[in-house]
Design a protein around this ligand. Sequence first.
Ligand SMILES: [Zn+2]
Length: 231
Amino acid sequence: MPWTDALLRFQEIDLELQQINRRLTEIAARLHDESELSQARQRAEQTAQQARTAGKTQKDIEFELQRVQADLQQTEQRLYNGSVTNPRQLEDLQAKSQSLRRRIAKLEDDLLEAMVAREEADTDAEAAATHLQEVSARRATLCQALTAERDTLQTREQGLHQEAQHVQERIPPNILDTYHYLRSRTGGIPVARLNGEICGMCGVEVLKPTQRKVKNGEEAYCDGCRRLLVA
Ligand SMILES: [Zn+2]
């Protein structure tokens, strides 16, 4: 393999390695990013807690309602079973009974409201739980795919590093130094092919002496973009 071919191949490897590197960085970021999942989890926990609270509120009202209803029953028994005859006491019992009835009416309204709120909270909690399941499943599939892709890329990366070792042995050290020097100054593509008389990278027509050098397999640089030129 002439050094010019080796150089071109070295650049190809270099570019592919950069691409792999970018993708691996992307994959690492996506594997690390659990924001969607933790948001869904948080929402599920929050709505479950709200549903429990709404359930407890309803139970508390039901309990209180039963208690007041029992109280009313007792009060009315005493009021009507003839055991109390004192008019003052009867008046008190009457007043108590009316107060309890108002209290019951209020509790029944509250209970209705609490039941509606609990149903809404239950619906929200179920929806959030379903959403969490979906997000978890999607995330698991995604992580599996990303991990598999990462493994493939890492294997490919190792192979390319090995090949680069072999290939660069065929490149003269000063050319290799130039390659590394030009790399960051040429957008990562320091080598260009000469297509006829034209630089394959910048499109400039290269001077005759430069063309001759390229054809002879000598070190030559594009007159336009200063890249290493190879035939
Ligand atoms: Zn050029």
